[in-house]
Design a protein around this ligand. Sequence first.
Ligand SMILES: Cc1cc2nc3c(=O)[nH]c(=O)nc-3n(C[C@H](O)[C@H](O)[C@H](O)COP(=O)(O)O)c2cc1C
Length: 459
Amino acid sequence: MKIAVLNGSPKGEISVTVQYIKFIQKKFPQHELKLLNISHEIQELEKDDKAFQDVIAEVEKSDGVIWAFPLYVFLVASQYKRFIEMIWEKKVADAFKGKYTCVISTSIHFFDNTAHNYMRGICDDLDMKFTESFSADMDDIFNDEKRRILLKWAADFFTAIEKQSPTSKAYAPVVPGKFSYKPGSVKSKIDSQGQRIKILADITDSNSNIAKMVNRFKDSVKEGVQIFNVRDVNMKGGCLGCMQCAFDNICFYKDKDDFMEFFNTEMRDADVTIFASEIKDRFITSRIKMFWDRRFFNGHIPLNINKQIGFIISGPLGQLANLQEILQGLAEMSDANFTGVVTDECGDSAQLDALIDDFAAKCVDYSTQKYVRPRTFLGVGGHKIFRDQIWARLRFPFQADYKFYAEHGMFDFPQDDKRYVEFSQQMTNMIQDPKMRDVVRKMIKTEMLKGYQKVVETK
Ligand SMILES: Cc1cc2nc3c(=O)[nH]c(=O)nc-3n(C[C@H](O)[C@H](O)[C@H](O)COP(=O)(O)O)c2cc1C
């Protein structure tokens, strides 16, 4: 069979993910896996329609499609996201329709779930026959058992095509709204109280809802709000994954475009950062994603510690739980407060005015009050993954991360929590005695509460 492999690594064939594909190819020589370097060639695919159509022709003549990519910042790389946008822009979705498909990623399992959910949704939108996804840790290939599982997954994909096995969809289509926002006049402006509020927006049409929402936000605050259109930020391309930044946080593109300079001088000092975007397919735009990916020159260092991060979104976010999780995850992983999200889904201009004004007021209030809510599983779990990786596997090459984590107490391993470790040991010794075991068992509920009750009484 002929299988089109859409390679999402910006590194092209010098890629970890591609080694997984090559391994599968070696073990299944009866099939032809045609590697198409989507992310690496994205600028060519954007500029040259023939190059793009050649890729689509490969998809058309294939018996199946493998989406193979590295995780990049909660999703696929911006270059790959751009390719997905182009499928609809260039009206070639029919080439994918009815094709058997599967998804494989390599990563360190940081928000691999959201990337896979996204790709599954895209496959469903393209009316493809989705078999199974496979989220490999980047080093799984070194392990015999994990290689066996990988080959089973690949074999199942080929068998599904041969047998024309039934498949089902996981996601309903996303239905966009038709509402056109007409902002009213601002009655009383909010005092920004000296907070630096920076909006990074993707605006291609000044009459769009997103443009009007961003302007409304700015108008509702007396001063201190700056809007930056991500289209005006000179970025020569998406993150290349080259890791030239890993030693000292200096991007490969430093003297080639303005991104690093822009980020360091305009965005880094924000008290409130707002990302504003339309929804494109099941995510925000690939241009904002490019901005997020390019911030990776800072490695795994949280970028907005004790600051505010919020979002202004135009489009059906309520239908995209996966994207909601990513927005919150991004704020929490920046060590910021997830200030909130305003969307235009209410479909009523007066109500949207009120929502934006209220959101602006919250941004200022939370920022001045240094209000940072506790992180959820997204931030707590994400931190533990980064902490463990920077401690060992990624310590080299991510030297700048290691230094930062060490200096900022971010290696907060539980084995250093001496109080609980020692307490647990004492109690464990105590309950070896069967009598004490019964006594302690009876007291567990009430004893456990004592400390909490003391705080309630005394604070
Ligand atoms: C810019 C950038 C962003 C990344 N983001 C994530 C991420 O969000 N989650 C994750 O688990 N791994 C992330 N990684 C790690 C890669 O997914 C992983 O190293 C992958 O195996 C690289 O594959 P490749 O060599 O095929 O590009 C990121 C790496 C880079 C360079």
